[in-house]
Design a protein around this ligand. Structure first.
Ligand code: COI
Length: 352
């Protein structure tokens, strides 16, 4: 595919303190930009990372036709970089696009654009254990128009940020009953910017109370758990892995979620994807059967959960560092991502 490339005069990669990576703070030298006009996508361009010039009436800023993805590239033992399952992110971005009445992005622009961008910014892929290059593809409505209707024009972009762990220690979870994230028929299954905007106030409130993240519950009864702000959720109960199913359209279909389910099954651990009530977890806790809990997400990878607080009662799990299943799967997943073991499922997409 034809991509116009304008390189930076001087790379900033050597300035990067790879031992002090904070998630989402530093950006690689280049970004990909592709505009949708008159009903079709133009030629993608790779240009130096920098500010955009946007009209104040740009419709994404007012009505939130804005969607994104999270993908990661990992340094391989031979010095190349590989992206983890980017095709799944392409599929999911297009599901988000369909729900927000935005145009689908062609696979070639998404995947080949990403490949060429990461190949060019290869020196930004950190090589310390636990680090990666976080890739953020996104699309926004760009009509300069304040009438409420779907935009005609859009911009698709990819930016890259070298990243360390999202959570540095096991997380403390607050089970939310006051606010709601998603309802059937809504946009909970999409990676729409608005889903995250609506979570800011509830998250600030629970952070002040000493928790790290919210576990959202269903909008009708506040009984069935959905997902954590930045992650899908898994519980190990009586040797089985339980995770909410995707059927109600209120939960993001995580790529890490899908990969962890596959690995759990490969390890012979039964996986139940079904509605999970918080009361079932409280009961299992009382019976001593609630063994482990963890979240999965691209940014957060696999984050262990130390405790969950529901209606003033805290369910404290054994020290997360000792979780046998979660830590085993986490290691297996990392070994695949960093090319330390055979990629049997074909999850790595080599960029150079
Ligand atoms: C991701 O895991 O990629 C996310 O998008 C979560 C968050 C950083 C928004």
């Amino acid at each position: 595919m034809d991509i116009k490339i304008s390189k930076v005069a001087n790379s900033r990669a050597h300035e990067l303190r790879k031992d002090e990576l904070v998630f989402g703070k530093e950006y690689a030298d280049h970004m990909l930009v592709c505009d949708y006009k008159d009903g079709q996508w133009g030629t993608p361009e790779i240009v130096p990372y920098g500010p955009l010039s946007l009209s104040p009436s740009t419709s994404a800023l007012h009505y939130g036709q804005a969607i994104f993805e999270g993908v990661k590239a990992y340094r391989q033992p031979d010095g190349t970089a590989a992206v983890f399952r980017p095709e799944k992110n392409w599929e999911r971005l297009n599901k988000s696009a369909a729900r927000l009445d935005m145009p689908e992005i062609p696979k070639e622009i998404f995947l080949e654009g990403m490949r060429q961008l990461i190949a060019l910014d290869n020196s930004w892929v950190p090589n310390e254990d636990g680090t990666s290059l976080y890739i953020r593809p996104f699309m926004m409505a760009t009509d300069e128009f304040l009438g409420v209707r779907s935009s005609h024009d859009y911009k698709f972009m990819i930016i890259n940020s070298p990243a360390g762990p999202y959570y540095s220690k096991p997380v403390r979870i607050y089970v939310q009953e006051k606010y709601v994230r998603a309802v059937p028929g809504g946009i909970g299954y999409t990676k729409a910017a608005g889903n995250y905007g609506a979570s800011m106030l509830p998250t600030s409130e629970i952070k002040k109370m000493g928790y790290d993240q919210i576990l959202w519950t269903d909008a009708f009864e506040h009984k069935f758990v959905q997902e954590i702000g930045t992650m899908n959720v898994f519980f190990i109960v009586d040797g089985k892995a339980l995770t909410p199913d995707l059927n109600s359209g209120t939960i993001l279909a995580g790529v890490t979620r899908d990969s962890v389910i596959a690995l759990l099954k490969e390890n012979g651990i039964p996986v139940e994807e079904r509605p999970i009530s918080i009361l079932e977890l409280v009961q299992a806790y009382k019976e001593g059967k609630f063994q482990e809990a963890f979240g999965t997400g691209t940014a957060a990878s696999m984050s262990l959960i130390q405790d969950l607080t529901y209606e003033g009662e805290t369910l404290t799990l054994p020290p997360a560092e000792t979780f046998p299943i979660a830590n085993k799967i986490k290691k297996q997943l990392d070994d695949i991502r960093y090319g330390r073991t055979e990629d049997k499922n074909g999850w790595l997409f080599k960029v150079n």
